[in-house]
Design a protein around this ligand. Structure first.
Ligand code: DX5
Ligand code: ZN
Length: 214
């Protein structure tokens, strides 16, 4: 399993220490949650923080934008050194264009859907995507409870990817732990995002390894 720990749950007073832990871990990516207080009812961190993270973190950056009008910030995200730029389906009137902009900027394109957004709405875009991010909580906060219907959505998305010949990987975000992670692995997820389960663990390296071994 590919593991992408979510920095939102890290200790921001000891960011360099937490990033060194990520460097030493089996995590293959680092997930960064950008919030604008408009699309989601919370504000997190922005580009200056991500640039600093990029200098210290050896793993590819998986940037999850929970913001309106993400198309305005494609170059800023690229300049932060992101490997993957995830935009929400719910905020893009011209999703096909945004995906092209992300690719033209040299990044992998991810599209994220909220728990109440059906997988079938991705039918005409999924072949162009490198990643689909399924939210398994309502976005905006770490530490929420996993929504079990996500397992059905993973199975449905797996079938849609096969049917359309897409190369997209399936990432799941929210309420992931050893138990829900195992269920997601069985349903066909490729990448697990985990915030609280990793950073609030007694032994974060071991928590990452547990998910990695699923
Ligand atoms: C929620 C964010 C998540 C969050 C996950 O809006 O997108 O990435 O950090 O946190 P946990 O794993 O604690 O649910
Ligand atoms: Zn996220």
């Amino acid at each position: 399993m590919i593991v992408s720990p979510s920095l939102l749950s890290a200790d921001f007073g000891n960011l360099a220490r937490d990033l060194e832990m990520i460097n030493q871990s089996k995590a293959q990516m680092l997930h960064l949650d950008v919030m604008d207080g408009v699309f989601v009812p919370n504000i997190s961190f922005g580009f200056p923080v991500i640039k600093y993270v990029q200098q210290l973190c050896k793993k590819p950056l998986d940037v999850h934008l929970m913001i309106v009008e993400p198309q305005k910030f494609v170059n800023e995200v690229r300049d932060c050194g992101a490997e993957i730029m995830n935009v929400h389906f719910e905020v893009c009137n011209h999703l096909d264009r945004v995906v092209q902009q992300i690719h033209d900027a040299g990044m992998k394109a991810g599209v994220t859907i909220n728990p109440a957004t059906p997988v079938c709405l991705l039918r005409d875009i999924v072949a162009q995507l490198d990643l689909v991010l399924l939210m398994s909580v309502n976005p905006g906060f770490g530490g929420q409870k996993f929504i079990p219907n996500t397992l059905n959505k993973v199975r449905e998305l797996r079938a849609l990817i096969a049917e359309t010949g897409s190369k997209a990987v399936i990432e799941v975000d929210g309420g992931v732990n050893d138990v829900t992670g195992k269920q997601l692995a069985e349903a066909g997820a490729d990448v697990l995002v985990a915030g609280n389960y990793v950073f609030k663990a007694q032994d974060p390296l071991k928590a990452i390894e547990t998910l990695y071994n699923l």
